[in-house]
Design a binder for this molecule. Sequence first.
Ligand SMILES: NC(=O)c1ccc[n+]([C@@H]2O[C@H](COP(=O)([O-])OP(=O)(O)OC[C@H]3O[C@@H](n4cnc5c(N)ncnc54)[C@H](OP(=O)(O)O)[C@@H]3O)[C@@H](O)[C@H]2O)c1
Length: 259
Amino acid sequence: MRIALITGASGGLGAEFARQIDRDEKEIDEIWLTARREEKLRELASRLAHGTRIIPADLADRSACGRIGAMLSEAGAEVGILVVCAGFGKVGTSVGIGRDASAAMIDLNCRAAVDVTLTALPFMGAGDRILEICSTSAFQPFPCLGVYAASKAFLYSYSRALRQELMPRKIAVTAVCPYWIRDTEFIETAEDTSGDGRRPVRHYLFAGKASPTARRALRDSRIGLAVSTPGIICSLHRLFAKLVPRNVMMLIWEGLRRL
Ligand SMILES: NC(=O)c1ccc[n+]([C@@H]2O[C@H](COP(=O)([O-])OP(=O)(O)OC[C@H]3O[C@@H](n4cnc5c(N)ncnc54)[C@H](OP(=O)(O)O)[C@@H]3O)[C@@H](O)[C@H]2O)c1
């Protein structure tokens, strides 16, 4: 049985990946959905044509991946598509965000992402695909988004290296780097920080939507791209981050976030 395993599937981009894999990926027999909110996973599963498996799990809990691995083994599953989408960010100064939220971001966006990937890998083979959901914030340092951007730079770097390592096994790894996406819970979660009423990012200019983001990311993974920049803004950001000094990129961001 060939499955798609999607983390962060209870909403936003993860749920969108589930819907599009359900519709477009003909070689997948079952879709496995994991996140903390079981009700949301059930609601999504009820709308999918594929058979599904719901795995309510908090990836901050280090036993979660062990449980997922045991389920894969028991089912004799091959992971045809792995989408590592669970993640969150906080906007605000590093001091304002504080130790606990910073540690939680690093834990979920870095440690848990690697753990899920390593859990799935023994169940993957030639032709299978991994999508690591990074961000354009991986391309440069971002004041007032510092830890989040650094966590995504970690995942981006890891994805690129893993891709090389897995080439002999013919497993494709794509680092997916979206810009702001408006129609998910990400921005709401990101802004829920200090409660002092100030908004470090005043407007999320040029924010895109989850549906085209997931569609382009899946297309890029299908054709085996190392990096998916799903949308013109993401592609331009990647290009400018290569050409323009980091200090200048940070100054541009400082201006943009105050507009
Ligand atoms: N939206 C953007 O602007 C944007 C831009 C670039 C990259 N991204 C990345 O895209 C990915 C998806 O974000 P999104 O926009 O779809 O945000 P979202 O709507 O907030 O979705 C985040 C998902 O992660 C899950 N999650 C959070 N904490 C978890 C935990 N401890 N254990 C297990 N699951 C957890 C959430 O489910 P539960 O709460 O049910 O656990 C939810 O399904 C993230 O990695 C994010 O960094 C987002």
